[in-house]
Design a protein around this ligand. Structure first.
Ligand code: NDP
Length: 294
């Protein structure tokens, strides 16, 4: 049996439509226009594309968008000055500093300087801690998008065995924490995990966030599992062209899993949609108005 393909692009479109409606309501009811500022330091080509897409999507949703570009030689204090200005700007409700930052800028110091209420990426330790103890928090966009797709597909996740491969602060750990909150039995696997195929085979929900092309093979997957592939790996294709593949070997997994996210077109589009949703949430919390459900 071939797995159902979870269409992240269509799902993201429906989230963005909902966000656009919510923004219109906030404007009409409270004269509140959510504002998102994206800070880009340097000229990394992939980061430039991400920032351009974020800017476009923010404007399309009816929000205020501000893009701040600093040269790759910018000092830490220059970046911190920009963050401080945005923290005190009442028209900005979300601040995102595009990673990676140049070597001379301390990433943690910059992320820590963002007002936790405006931390729409959910990387600030205050938000990480609040999420861990079950308090309202800004949740990192990629795991939030994965969870939305899983809940849409499976409904109640309670009691399911979830395996998250990868323990980064931006994907693996927050993903595991969100699944635990949904009462899954969660295993976090990483590069030191013994017999990873056997660990993966226990998963009703398998989330791959590793950054290794097609590492997870079909026979690592429990028949009927739901597979979410976060990985984005650029591979040399035919005619010298590059193509994107995930961390899961899609052509093998699709015969075993019950449902699977493709790469591209799975988790990726959901990340920007969740960034917009987080900006609306932040704007509502800062303004003290009722926040819509996403
Ligand atoms: P990191 O490099 O920060 O983390 C990778 C994790 O994978 C680490 O915990 C590492 O373990 C683990 N790992 C590495 N090799 C193995 C292995 N052989 N077996 C088991 N575990 C292993 O990556 P990110 O979390 O930032 O990103 C993961 C992937 O997701 C990347 O492909 C990235 O491009 C993609 N991504 C996609 C996004 C989207 O919007 N779709 C957003 C963010 C990321 P250890 O800790 O032991 O080193």
């Amino acid at each position: 049996m071939s797995a159902e393909i979870i269409d992240g692009k269509a799902f993201a479109q429906s989230v963005r439509k909902r966000v656009t409606e919510q923004v219109a309501t906030l404007k009409e009811r409270y004269s509140l226009t959510p504002g998102l500022a994206v800070v880009l330091v340097g000229e990394d080509p992939a980061s430039q594309v991400y920032v351009k897409n974020k800017n476009k999507s923010t404007i399309e949703a009816g929000m205020k968008s501000e893009e701040i570009r600093l040269p790759k030689t910018a000092s830490q204090s220059e970046v911190l000055d920009v963050v401080a200005r945005l923290n005190s700007d009442p028209s900005i409700h979300g601040i995102l500093v595009q990673l990676p930052l140049p070597a001379q800028v301390d990433e943690m110091a910059v992320l820590d300087a963002i007002d936790p209420a405006k931390d729409v990426d959910g990387f600030h330790v205050i938000n990480t801690g609040r999420q861990a103890v079950g308090l309202p928090a800004m949740v990192p966009c990629t795991p939030l998008g994965c969870l939305m797709m899983l809940k849409d597909r499976l409904g109640d996740l309670s009691g399911l065995n979830a395996v998250v491969v990868g323990r980064s602060n931006i994907v693996g750990k927050p993903m595991a924490s969100l699944l635990l909150k949904e009462s899954c039995t969660v295993t976090i696997a990483h590069s030191k995990t013994k017999d990873l195929p056997a660990v993966c085979r226990r998963a009703d929900i398998l989330v791959a966030a590793v950054g290794r092309p097609e590492m997870i093979r079909g026979d690592w997957i429990k028949p009927g599992a739901t597979v979410v592939d976060v990985g984005i790996n650029r591979m040399e294709g035919e005619n010298g062209k590059t193509r994107l593949v995930g961390d899961v070997c899609f052509k093998e997994a699709v015969d075993i899993a019950q449902a699977i996210t493709p790469v591209p077109g799975g988790v990726g589009p959901m990340t920007i949609a969740c960034l917009l949703a987080n900006t609306v949430t932040a704007a509502c919390r800062i303004a003290g108005v009722e926040e819509p459900a996403h």
